[in-house]
Design a protein around this ligand. Structure first.
Ligand code: NI
Length: 171
């Protein structure tokens, strides 16, 4: 398996809108390996979700594991939210915006439709952290980041802070 490089804000490649995966290609060894590499990259980071966009792969899929034990890997290919209810606020972070956390309001409960890594379509009801994570990763597939929910001023502060952190780590 290979650890993939995670793009960081404000890398313009994170703004790419992902294209649907052909369900007939899900079983391809290359695609299955890509899924394994994404899980390894996510667990190693460590994170609870990773969208393909974050590793410069602009196809509509993402991997998630919100379990404490890191033993509930979920794959969502061509995900679509078919139902959303209520609101919840959670302090989110993102592997593409390291060290930054901010409150974001999202739907409380969702029903998501997607293909799994076995190529089968499924529907899942989610709430709590899993619902947040699915919505956050699906934003990535649209080229959207959680910092987009902040004011322009705050987003600029985040950009400067990351720039400074990168300068310091390079020094
Ligand atoms: Ni993220």
């Amino acid at each position: 398996m290979t650890l993939l490089t995670i793009l960081e804000f404000p890398d313009p490649r994170l703004r790419t809108k992902a294209q649907p995966v052909d369900p007939a290609r899900i079983a391809d060894p290359d695609f299955q390996t890509r899924l394994d590499d994404m899980f390894q990259t996510m667990y190693e980071a460590p994170g609870i979700g990773l969208a393909a966009s974050q590793v410069d792969d602009h196809r509509r899929f993402m991997v998630i594991d919100t379990s404490e034990e890191k033993n509930q890997p979920l794959v969502f290919i061509n995900p679509e939210i078919v139902k959303a209810d209520g609101h919840q606020v959670y302090q989110e972070g993102c592997l593409s915006v390291p060290g930054i956390f901010a409150d974001v309001t999202r739907a409380d409960t969702i029903t998501v439709k997607a293909y799994g890594r076995d190529g089968q379509a499924f529907e899942l009801d989610a709430d709590g952290l899993l619902a947040i994570c699915i919505q956050h990763e699906m934003d990535h597939l649209e080229g959207k980041l959680f910092v987009d929910y902040l004011s322009a001023l705050k987003r600029e502060m985040v950009r400067k802070k990351l720039e400074k952190a990168r300068r310091n780590s390079a020094a």
